[in-house]
Design a protein around this ligand. Sequence first.
Ligand SMILES: Nc1ncnc2c1ncn2[C@@H]1O[C@H](COP(=O)(O)OP(=O)(O)O)[C@@H](O)[C@H]1O
Ligand SMILES: [Mg+2]
Length: 292
Amino acid sequence: MDDKKIAFESVGTAKEIARSAPEIKGVRTGVEGLDEMFFTTKLDENGEVLIKPLGGYPSGGVIHITGVPDTGKSLMAEQFLITQASEGINVCLVTVEQPAPFYVASLKQRAATLGVNWEKIEDRIVVIDAATNSDLRNELQVLFDTLAYGIKTYNVKATVVDSVTGLYEAKEMMARQTVRALYNFIKKWHQTSIFISQKRSGHEELTAEAAGGYGVGHIVDATIVVAKKEILSRYDQSLFGAEIGDLIRTIRIDGCRLSGHDTKTRVMEITKSGIVRVGPPLAEVVRKSGKK
Ligand SMILES: Nc1ncnc2c1ncn2[C@@H]1O[C@H](COP(=O)(O)OP(=O)(O)O)[C@@H](O)[C@H]1O
Ligand SMILES: [Mg+2]
């Protein structure tokens, strides 16, 4: 029949499609210990599995970082932007909650702490202020056109959205639809990307529910869950070898479909000067404190 609409461009053999599949490389995260949590596997001549660290986020991937407030999500985003910019890569930050001047002030401070010369990177960080402009938050098409302009004009290769939650505030039913559209847009522009999402404290801390809480985890390529736990009981005190009132921070890669990854929950540290670092597996810390 003549009125059939066939999407010819969407049909192809695996051979044809594989030709346009990009090779996955590591894009440095800027977070000590996190680069090694992503890896690829290969078989050696004896059929043994060899693990090769990727050395960063999988290139072209959309990485979702989720957690309750004050778990280091924005710091991780800042460390990524600064590290990439210091390697000569142009990056874009879409700030949805914090007005651009405040975010930039924080970036500048972070660069100083990381020992990165601000003058060398300030031209490489493109900022879109969706916190002060409500059209950018409420009309996805405006955000996409603006982002496309920014990416094209400045030859941007990596994009951070902090946070996607701010794009579906008060319309949570739209969460998946919004994130799906943003994901497709980012893929079209070949960006390695971080989507940050805010988790409400009601959501179970370390479960997949934590991954955005609204099924956002199914859309993105990888999800990282960051969490914090206050030591309030004698039991926790001896379990973690910490003091009452201490904060234990953790990080876990909840899933990644572009590469292999560490599946352990690890301890995470935020230094006094505001730098995120990944530490040993939580289980190791618990085992050690049990031996004391
Ligand atoms: N400049 C800084 N110096 C020291 N600690 C900081 C600094 N900025 C943030 N922090 C600490 O890191 C925590 C996490 O910050 P942030 O990444 O902004 O959290 P969120 O997950 O809400 O984005 C803060 O609660 C604070 O304790
Ligand atoms: Mg934040």
